[in-house]
Structures are given as C-alpha cells and as structure tokens.
Design a protein around this ligand. Structure first.
Ligand code: GLN
Length: 486
C-alpha cells in the first residue's frame, strides 16, 4: 500500500477499498517503526492527522473532494502550520507554534490531504546534507551511513522510505532537487513566483521557492496543482495563470529539443553519474527527442555569486530573531544588548551564524559594491545564459549533483567541498527558472537524479517530460530495503 501512487490511492479511497483513517494509521505505524532509524520527522501530529482523515472520509462518502483528499503527506518544517510546532530545524524556533497557516499548507489542506507531521531539515534551510539540523542529522534510507541531501532531507527520506505518500520541500539553491536525487525520488522546484512564499520562513527571499516531492512526476503534478497559483499575500507571487499539470502529462515527446550544457559534464562530475545521465538522454532520443550541445558559460560563477547573495538576504531575514517577539530567549539577560547577543548565539547553529556573518560583511558600507552588487551583476549574466539557451531548446538536461549521496560527516569540516555539491543547482534559482530531479539509475549503490530545467512557467512541460520518461523506466519505483521491512 505504501508504494502506491496518489491516483491509485485516490481511486481506492473513493471506491471505499480503504478508508483514509485506515491509510493514515498504516503510515503512522510505518513512521513509528522506521523513523527511529531515519530521523526524518521533527513532529508527528498523530491526533490531528486522524481527525483530518476522518473528515476526509466523510467528504469522500459524499462524492466530494480532490485527488489529494485523504492522502497522507508531510510538510517541511519551515512552512508555518497553525497550532503545530514549526522549528525550521533550529533551536531558535524550538518553541514556535505559529498563529497562522502558510498559503502552501492551507491550499493542500483545503484539497483534503492529511498532514502526518513536519519533516526534518537543515537549520533555516542552509545546507546540502541535512547535517545542520538542531534535531540531528537525517539518514538516507538507501544506506543509513549516507546523507539524504539537504536541506529538504527529511521530506526526501520520508517519501523514499514510504513514510508518507508525498511531501513539500523548498529550494533556494537545490534543496528540493539534490535530496530528491540522493534519495531516488522526484522533486520539482517551480518558477520563482509560481508558489506562494507566504508563511514560508524566509532564508533568501529572492531565491526561495516551495515545491512538491513525491515518488513520481504524476504525484508531483497532483501536489503542484493544489500548491501553485497567485496569492495576494505574497507580493512576489505571479499572476500568470496555472496550467493544468495533470492533463498535460501524456503529451508525446516527438521533436522535443533537449540541450546538454557542456559545462555540466566537466571536471568534478563522477563519471558513473555522467554515464547514467547520458543513458537517460538516450532514452529520450528513443522517444523522439532531438539532442544538441549548448553552453551555459557562467556556470562556474554561480557558487561565488550565490554564496554572497543568499547569505546577504539571510542576514537581513534572520535579524528578526532577536529573542523578543518569538523564538529562543537566553536566561537572565543583564541588559538588552546581552539578551540579543546571547539569544542569537545560543539559538543559531554554527552554519547559520557563519552565513549571517558573511552576509552582514557583504552588505556593509564599503563592501556592498565589491561583493553584493557584483554578485547581482553575475546573477544577471547567468539568467541571460539560460534565456538564450532556452530560446534554442525546449529543456536543458544534466546531472543534479556531481556525486551520489556521500557519507555522514565526510564533508562537514570542508565547507568548500560541501558548497561544490550545489554547482549544478544554484544557477537555476539565480535565474528563477523551474527544474526537476528525476530518478535515473544507481551508481555506487545509491540513486542518481537527472536534472531537467525549463523556461519560466514551463512546469507542465517539465512534468510531461518526466512522466513520459517514467512511463518507459522504473527507477522511480525502486524501494530501499529498509522500507520493505515494515
Ligand atoms: N545548499 C544550498 C545552501 O546551503 C541550498 C540550500 C537550499 O536550497 N535551501 O544554501
């Protein structure tokens, strides 16, 4: 049951082959049995889930509801959920119970999905391995000694291990795609502005974007259908109308033009990962796609520009955590300054503190032009590279990450090695375009994701491309051994 798709489960729920309460109990039991090994949840909201499931069953018996009604899902712990602890993976927020609901979670709730809980993540979404969480590292279900990727590692591990049917994630520089790749699931980072950021705790506001994580592209389409769309509560939300993500899945790919950026296949890429990507591309050729080499010449500059822009925005966004309005407050402060200093020093972990310092430095008088402004100019060049490439091809394909999932602790003392993991994902956020990770094979015993990037608001096209691939391959249907044990 835990391996089935949203549409199959939706049919079973509607036909009363199973009730949502039964399905919810089944997944809650899987969480209780398997999650002690994975640590993919920060909060499991059992009582509330069973209430939502009972309500879904009533709705379904009256013939109402959507394809998500009664389906057990989870949310990354940076979406504010009214009345449910929302920590953002940080000690700073370990007592924060939001008085309001994010737009993403409220839309998914309105669609009738059952929330089983909140998933673990790198603190404030800063990381590529999910080792920066105050609540401990998450383990990869394919090998418990490996990282699941970050920062949406809890969501990826939970979906891969069948603890939920689908989950939400957020992607500032790769945090949906890279954990999806490392855990062998499908993830979509939508166009900037497609999904509302209201109630999503901010990391870098000009880059952050929420999106779906699930086993298949079809399941992602069901989730995106509920999440996407204009929201007057988010001034950067786009008024471009949504496509119908589900009915577009079956369009044939004959004549699809695929661009392969030569810079994505250079030094640093594990040759076994490269082989898998090329095999996947050949599969598309069999379906009638046309492949050509393209160039994204400023790829190398994405790391330095991202690691100036993201920390700069973070330093500004995180200034609100001052121990006054919400979040951790130190004991017995001497005076106001002592309270700010100690609350922030105690509440934020080392990676977050490092980024606040880098960002504050980059924005400071005298350095702003040299760093922040320069990074913004590079960002424009990166965007222009994509605009040019996407005027010649329909989609761009390449690896998601240069390696497969690495060992827990193996890169924690080398920030450069860790930041290099993001080389193929950051530029997508700098440009604001949508991109997916699709399971495409295994190397070193671990899953490998194919990255598919598209033009602004081409989510329906990306989901169509991914779905067609998944009709011809079964990489997305593989289940880790540990998940079969329960
Ligand atoms: N690894 C990148 C970072 O640490 C991206 C994280 C993300 O997308 N949230 O900033």
């Amino acid at each position: 049951m835990f391996e089935q798709s949203i549409s199959t489960l939706a049919k079973k729920l509607r036909n009363k082959d199973i009730s949502s309460v039964e399905l919810t109990r089944l997944f809650l039991k899987r969480i209780a049995t398997l999650d002690p090994q994975l640590n993919s949840f920060i909060t499991v909201s059992e009582q509330q889930a069973l209430e939502q499931a009972a309500a879904a069953d009533i709705l379904l018996s009256s013939g109402k509801g959507s394809s998500l009604t009664g389906i057990p899902i989870a949310h990354k712990d940076l979406f504010c959920t009214e009345g449910t602890l929302t920590t953002c993976g940080s000690k700073m927020l370990n007592n924060f119970i939001p008085p309001y609901e994010s737009t993403v979670t409220s839309r998914i709730q309105e669609a009738g999905a059952v929330m089983l809980g909140k998933t673990n993540m790198d603190e404030f979404a800063m990381g590529s391995s999910n080792e920066n969480s105050f609540y401990g590292a998450v383990k990869n279900p394919w090998n418990l000694d490996m990282v699941p990727g970050g920062s949406s590692g809890g969501s990826a591990a939970a979906v891969a291990a069948g603890l939920v049917v689908a989950a939400t994630g957020t992607d500032t520089g790769g945090s949906i795609r890279q954990p999806a790749s490392f855990c062998g699931i499908t993830g979509l980072k939508p166009t900037y502005g497609r999904v509302s950021r209201f109630g999503m705790i901010a990391y870098a506001s000009s880059l952050d974007q929420g999106g779906p994580m699930a086993k298949s592209a079809e399941d992602c389409a069901h989730l995106l259908q509920a999440m996407a769309g204009f929201d007057e509560k988010d001034s950067t939300s786009s008024e471009t109308p949504n496509d119908d993500y589900i009915s577009n899945l079956n369009t044939p790919l004959t004549g699809l033009k695929i661009g392969l950026p030569k810079e994505y296949f250079g030094e640093g890429l594990d040759p076994k990962v490269a082989d898998i990507i090329m095999t996947a591309v050949k599969e598309f050729e069999k379906m009638g796609a046309i492949v050509k080499e393209i160039s994204l010449p400023n790829l190398q500059l994405s790391i330095p520009s991202y690691y100036v822009i993201a920390p700069s925005e973070a330093s500004s966004n995180l200034s609100r955590f001052d121990g006054v309005r919400f979040g951790h407050r130190c004991d017995d402060p001497k005076d106001l300054l002592d309270m700010y200093n100690r609350s922030r020093a105690e509440g934020f972990g080392t990676e977050v503190q490092k980024r606040i310092m880098v960002g504050t430095y980059a924005l400071s008088e005298g350095y702003y032009d040299a760093y922040y402004l320069k990074a913004q100019k590079i960002r424009r060049l990166i965007k222009e590279d994509f605009v040019k490439a996407l005027s010649e091809v329909d989609v761009i394909m390449g690896p998601v990450a240069p390696t497969t999932a690495f060992g827990l602790g193996s890169k924690t003392s080398d920030p450069v090695a860790m930041y290099l993991e993001d080389i193929y994902t950051l530029s997508v956020n700098l440009a604001g375009i949508p991109a997916m990770s699709i399971p495409a094979g295994f190397a070193n015993g671990m899953p490998v994701g194919l990255q598919v990037m598209g033009n602004y608001f081409a989510e329906a096209k990306l989901l169509n491309v991914a779905h067609q691939y998944q009709q011809n391959t079964d990489w997305h249907l593989q289940t880790p051994t540990m998940a079969k044990g329960a």
